[in-house]
Design a protein around this ligand. Structure first.
Ligand code: NAP
Length: 209
């Protein structure tokens, strides 16, 4: 009987407020670098420790618009549908239920977020369920990673991989600030997402562009 190859699935967790080309390039770069079969984008419900974010339904729809042209990209509502604060241990547990048991999961997120992992809920369980891909901005140094991992370093450091991103330097914060000031965000995020933002009047925009 032919052996079935275990799927390698990237899990792209983030607030995506809003999603931009930096996120999309990170996902595509990770897909190639780690031979991933697909990437599932998972917009956080209520992100941990963030006071004010755009309602989850908008962040979900903007993410959907941004990924739909890539056949390797999917989106999941697990963090929205569970409700409450999003903890990655719950994200991975829920996603695992819908995947074949032999699937290898790779959680892709920003390096800054991973530096805080020791303070996440059940970090050992999280790092056992998925390997981590830390997307770094140009010039970012992850020398601090083993210090940040603390007692988890010995067991789990090998399960965290650093992925250098092409130098784009886009951030959601900058996109939000530009929108609020009425400045152009063209070429920082997909046109479909920009249109959605203006139609919904998000980030202090009005319909006039
Ligand atoms: P964040 O702290 O807002 O982001 C930290 C940095 O990473 C920012 O520079 C951000 O850039 C970047 N980033 C975020 N998601 C990324 C992605 N998927 N790919 C590349 N860069 C990314 O992080 P967050 O968005 O709130 O959380 C990231 C993920 O970690 C989420 O899935 C969240 O649920 C999880 N998390 C879990 C816990 C927990 O379990 N307790 C705690 C914190 C975070 P932009 O601002 O441009 O996006």
């Amino acid at each position: 009987m032919e052996e079935v190859k275990a799927e390698r699935v990237g899990i792209m967790g983030g607030t995506f407020d809003p999603i931009h080309y930096g996120h999309l390039v990170a996902a595509e770069t990770a897909r190639e670098a780690f031979s991933l079969d697909k990437i599932i984008f998972v917009p956080a419900g209520i992100p941990y420790f963030k006071e004010k974010t755009t309602p989850a339904r908008h962040r979900y729809l903007m993410t959907l618009l941004a990924i739909m042209s890539n056949p390797y990209f999917e989106i999941s509502r697990v963090d929205l549908d569970r409700g409450g604060v999003t903890y990655t241990v719950d994200t991975l547990t829920d996603l695992k239920k819908g995947l074949p048991s032999e699937t290898k999961m790779y959680f892709i997120t920003g390096a800054d977020a991973i530096l805080e992992i020791q303070n996440w809920k059940s970090p050992g369980e999280v790092l056992s369920m998925a390997e981590f891909i830390a997307a770094t901005r140009p010039g970012y140094s992850l020398e601090n990673l083993s210090r940040a991992l603390g007692p988890l370093a010995a067991e789990f450091q090998e399960r965290i991989h650093i992925l250098e991103m092409p130098p784009m330097g886009i951030s959601s914060t900058e996109v939000r600030q530009r929108l609020a000031k009425g400045r152009s965000v063209r070429y920082l995020l997909p046109e479909t997402v920009i249109t959605y933002i203006h139609n919904e009047g998000l980030y202090g925009t009005s319909q006039a562009r």
